[in-house]
Design a protein around this ligand. Structure first.
Ligand SMILES: C[S@@+](CC[C@H](N)C(=O)[O-])C[C@H]1O[C@@H](n2cnc3c(N)ncnc32)[C@H](O)[C@@H]1O
Length: 226
């Protein structure tokens, strides 16, 4: 790559486009939700959409980390990320930025494919896989019987709820899977039984995690810009 070309690609990688005065609106408290990696179908019309591709509904066009770093601390009450985290190689720095922009006790809502989803590995842009316990490694978890290590990290989120979603793009199979799958969400014990014994027999489609941002004194990291 020649020098001019390299500089151009570096500039476009580093640029952030604010299409709708999103940063100003967040500073003024006019908007209290973000949707990360919203793509062409933002689910929350009132949220500020962030995506590196310029679709309709995207308010901040650029890399998610760069976009979050341009926002004030504790500016939003909710952050949504649907089918986005599986595209992110290094989750902890992203979670730290999400925690910084969230108000204490703010909500993070995450939907990701389950590792047993047969379509998961077909997508070459997927770089991270998720199971029932993934956020138990990354947050305070009082939901599940199985304990997992935190690898020296202090939790900045608390796991509030986890749901296993069963579905199929095919109508009839989807109906059967949704009906059967609802059984596994009846109790935490059934969710853990499913994950250990049945995930490869009856593959889960996606996981839905609800997390709460811990207030600073509950363990949120102190090395923030605020
Ligand atoms: C599978 S799509 C999900 C779109 C939408 N949330 C949905 O559920 O249909 C993933 C989106 O994440 C965006 N994306 C991936 N990596 C990104 C990054 N580092 N920064 C910003 N957006 C990113 C992609 O451009 C894409 O629109």
């Amino acid at each position: 790559m020649d020098r001019a070309c390299w500089q151009q690609s570096r500039c476009s990688y580093m640029s952030l486009t604010d299409k709708s005065r999103a940063i100003e609106r967040l500073h003024q408290g006019q908007c209290t939700a973000l949707e990360l990696g919203c793509g062409p179908r933002k689910r929350h019309a009132g949220a500020i959409g962030i995506d590196r591709l310029d679709y309709v509904g995207v308010d901040l066009v650029g890399d998610v980390l760069e976009a979050l770093r341009s926002l004030p601390s504790a500016c939003v009450q909710s952050v949504y990320a649907y089918h986005f985290f599986e595209h992110v190689a290094d989750l902890p720095p992203l979670l730290e930025e999400v925690a910084r922009v969230l108000r204490p006790n703010g909500c993070l809502d995450v939907e990701v494919p389950h590792f047993a989803n047969p379509y998961f590995y077909s997508d070459p842009t997927h770089v991270k896989f998720f199971g029932l316990y993934t956020f138990s490694y990354l947050s305070k978890d009082d939901l599940f019987h199985r304990r997992v290590p935190q690898y020296g990290r202090r939790p900045i989120f608390e796991l509030v709820d986890v749901r296993l979603d069963f579905d199929s793009p095919f109508l009839l199979r989807g109906m059967v899977k949704r009906a059967l799958g609802s059984l596994f969400n009846l109790t935490r014990w059934l969710q853990e039984f499913y994950e250990e014994n049945l995930c490869y027999v009856f593959p889960c489609y996606q996981l839905h995690f609800s997390l709460r941002c811990l207030p600073l004194e509950d363990g949120r990291l102190m090395n923030r810009s605020d």
